[in-house]
Design a protein around this ligand. Sequence first.
Ligand code: GDP
Length: 445
Amino acid sequence: AIFGNLSDRLAETLANLRTKGKLTASDVDGTVREIRRALLEADVALPVVKDFTAHVRERALGDEVNRALNPAQQVVQIVNDELIRILGGQVRRIEFAKQPPTVIMLAGLQGAGKTTLAGKLAKQLRADRHAPLLVAADLQRPNAVQQLQVVGEQADTHVFAPEPGNGVGDPVRVAKDAVKFARDKQYDVVIIDTAGRLGVDAELMKQASNIRKATNPDEVLFVIDAMIGQDAVATAKAFQEGVDFTGVVLSKLDGDARGGAALSVAQVTGKPIMFASTGEGLDDFEVFHPDRMASRILDMGDILTLIEQAQRAFDEDEARRVAEKLATEAFTLDDFLQQMQQLRKAGNLKKMMGMLPGMGQMKEALDNFDEREIARTEAIIQSMTPAERQNPKLLNGSRRARIARGCGRTVTDVNELVKRFDQAAKMMKTVARGGTPQIPGMGPV
Ligand code: GDP
């Protein structure tokens, strides 16, 4: 994977520190030297490496490490901070124009992933209830317009392309006409795909710069292939001088590159990395989070993203099922059982969360939730007939006694369960009316 080697090297270097108590200046120097070597091998640009290691060294020799209970851990923290810093610090999202349409222009070398990105942006914008318009201003490559049309179809987005005989061959005019068209037809975001060359050249820059002047974009996104290695810095600088841009998009982060481009571009251009492209599909695209990328590099795993995904899957499935149930007003004991089993899955998160700071509250909630309780509930519900599970009102005294015998519990246990089920069913109705979902014994989820 990308950063694989760098991750291994950094993790190893930092792990070596962990065995030490107090750090001497020579420990720090040794570590900084290792970090420097690892970064250079990952194709990170020299000025960035110098800046990075100077900051790490200065801080590692300073008071914050001296006073720390665990100096090695503190150094890891510093390296993490500094990685976040060179990756641009904050998340930066698209800034929409106060007066629509918002104009987004894409620039970059041929093959960088501009056309693909245009489709990804359009799809995401549509999901966010925008009305994007794609503009084919790459009239250099013979089938570029057609490629954008294919992408537009996939993203269910209209493509503005030059009509035969009307401005063919003049991308500046096409881009300008497109913005006017968008204004007339109420498209609120215009995404302009521009031509790229295999290498940087003056004519290409001039054209991109002219498109920029003609359309006055709110965002100019410079798309760069993360695999281009050492050339990243020169290319980025050329585009900065030639066109200037407001943000960077790293594409092909799914590839097996050494990652130097990713680590150099934000720092060298002073422009934020806004998105990461991670595949050829239109959904392979994410907002770039410098902090998450830093922890990915430091081999701490992208734990936050992982948890977010787990939560999303959990919430969505559960919410859909509950909504369907509520529509028919039939929340049954089977649903109740399934819900508890879902919670057990969440229980597996407990281990992971124990390792994270700031997760205390969530962890406590999960601690209070008892595995054995679920096993008991399961046993009782499984002793019921299907009819009883579907319709708990059937559960009279003699049926409850039979169920208790069947699962080796007492009638009181069965009564207790039915009571909790009734509470859950009531809670489900609250959810239907728009209240906060609560799972019995767990507090808000
Ligand atoms: P353009 O010339 O800048 O418009 O680049 P394209 O969008 O045509 O992309 C060039 C090639 O790279 C195409 O084959 C894309 O499918 C592929 N591509 C684009 N983005 C990604 C990405 O994030 N990951 C991978 N693996 N391939 C990508």
